[in-house]
Design a protein around this ligand. Structure first.
Ligand code: URP
Ligand code: ZN
Ligand code: ZN
Length: 492
């Protein structure tokens, strides 16, 4: 299944030890010297409050929070003028994922390093059960991909592509192991797509095992007809990816997913919601009191259909599913974020290089690997476009990027907040530092950035992952393999 990543063969693809100039022993010394860390004079921000204070971290946990703590510490981090945030939680990433005849360009090492640079300290990635395989096999495969590589903590959702009686039993077993959510696809027939009967059975199963179904909601059969028609008419450019995946196909599937979940009497979580039309379905369901949840992603807030019109083959950079939508309707997504019809901002980080990967579809948009990078830019983009532009409050920013994902996916209160006893996943964030986003300076292993040249204000300075320094004043000081698998809880 696995194929090489073209980016790895590029001269500028660098390993952790060469890029930051340390061999493993030097990194060990830097990383594990501190038993007690004191973070002083910052503004501590959670989903519900913000106040000036100091934090004492002991080993992996937050031990103490106070107004002025004069403690002896192995390390003092001065955070005056900075926000001290709970580490970001990105519940939608695809690291080391075989897809579209190639493999996503970031593995668990480069992906979690990039995540940490961007202020994200936990990722929930997707393991894939391919047809004919067991869920157990898929889980073990993805655990192997992550161990010894991840620099921050990680967990998994399980993608189910075939549902038998045995699979249902395995769902229960996985929930007991802390893999408590499952992604199902209503699109990509022949690869990932499940029929409505199987989707309904999986939803019913979560009613008894406490798991959560995450739905890729697009009407795959309608899309396939539109794609075949476009190709037959010689319409092969990247923009036809968007033109053959209408917002109504997303809205219809979203409505169907909600209806199936309602009949099964269970919650459902809609992933990568991109359109105002699909959001209307979620809003309507929530107004009826249904436990319907949804995430959107920065690309749907900051990029738009216009990007597909970029000349030559540049539109391929933005080929993802669902596709980018009308800029005029983005305000409705922001409104959804503000008023809690959307509960999370995740990234759907699924990077493919232009060279050798996106290029696979130069003459046929349907062969362009679907996905784009975003794991490193999420927090700064949402802070800049959301908080600084007055669209959401600072607390809501923390809620959308950390607390709410933690609550929905069984990580709270271990993660997702700053409180005594919680994991010391902490980000010192400078609300006034401006940076220019560029593939040249970001750390994702991909040869372009969808936001190239965009200026954002608000950037991560220092990051702790379970009490270990991972980023210090903008430099990587972590160690691959120090991230651990996190067992998640069930719905409460
Ligand atoms: O285009 C996308 N979104 N690629 C990743 C796979 C998925 O559907 O999330
Ligand atoms: Zn999806
Ligand atoms: Zn995805």
């Amino acid at each position: 299944m696995r194929s090489a990543r073209p980016c790895e063969s590029r001269g500028d693809r660098i390993s952790v030890s060469s890029r930051w100039g340390w061999g493993p022993s030097a990194i060990e010394k830097k990383t594990f010297a501190y038993m007690r860390i004191l973070i002083k004079n910052g503004t501590i921000v959670t989903a519900v409050d913000h106040y000036k204070g100091d934090i004492v971290v002991e080993d992996e946990k937050i031990a103490l929070i106070g107004t002025t703590l004069e403690m002896v510490a192995d390390k003092v981090i001065e955070a005056s003028g900075k926000y001290v945030l709970p580490g970001g939680i990105d519940v939608h990433t695809h690291l080391d994922m075989p897809f579209g005849g190639t493999t996503s360009a970031d593995d668990f090492e480069s992906g979690t390093i990039a995540a940490a640079f961007g202020g994200t300290t936990t990722v929930v990635d997707f393991a894939i059960q391919y047809r004919g395989q067991t869920l157990q096999h898929a889980w073990e495969t993805w655990m192997k991909k992550a161990e010894r590589k991840a620099v921050t903590d990680y967990s998994f959702h399980m993608i189910i592509t075939e549902l038998t009686d045995q699979t249902e039993l395995e769902m229960d077993a996985l929930v007991r192991e802390g893999v408590t959510s499952f992604k199902l696809f209503m699109a990509y027939r022949g690869i990932f797509m499940l029929d409505d009967g199987s989707i309904f059975k999986a939803l019913l199963r979560t009613a008894t095992n406490g798991g959560t179904i995450c739905m890729h909601a697009e009407n795959g059969d309608v899309i396939d007809v539109l794609v075949q028609r476009a190709l037959a008419e010689g319409r092969t450019a990247p923009k036809y990816h968007a033109l053959t995946r209408p917002a109504r196909a997303e809205a219809e599937a979203t409505h169907r997913a909600i209806a199936l979940a309602e009949m099964a009497d269970v919650p459902v979580y809609i992933v990568h919601l991109s359109s105002a039309e699909a959001l209307e379905m979620v809003t309507e369901a929530r107004s009826r009191g249904l436990p319907t949840y949804a995430e959107t992603c920065p690309q749907y807030l900051f990029l738009s259909y216009d990007n597909y019109e970029e000349p030559d083959f540049e539109g391929a950079k933005y080929v993802m599913s669902p596709p980018l939508r009308d800029r005029a309707k983005q305000d409705q997504l922001w409104r959804g974020l503000k008023f809690n019809d959307l509960q999370c901002v995740s990234t759907d980080h699924c990077p493919f290089c232009m060279k050798e990967q996106k290029e696979l579809g130069r003459n046929d948009f349907s062969k362009i690997p679907n996905g784009a990078p975003g794991i490193e830019t999420r927090m700064s983009l949402v802070f800049d476009g959301g908080v600084r532009q007055g669209r959401i409050s600072l607390n809501r920013f923390v809620e959308l990027t950390s607390t709410s994902p933690a609550k929905i996916f069984g990580l709270f209160p271990r993660k997702g907040t700053i409180a005594p006893g919680s994991d010391a996943d902490i980000v010192v964030f400078d609300p006034n530092r401006t940076m220019t986003l560029s593939a040249r300076t970001l750390h994702m292993k991909v040869d372009y950035n969808p936001y190239e040249g965009r200026q954002v204000t608000g950037a991560t300075d220092t990051v702790l992952s379970r009490g270990r320094l991972v980023i210090e004043n903008g430099q990587f000081v972590g160690r691959p393999g120090s991230g651990v698998f996190v067992k998640r809880g069930t719905r409460s």
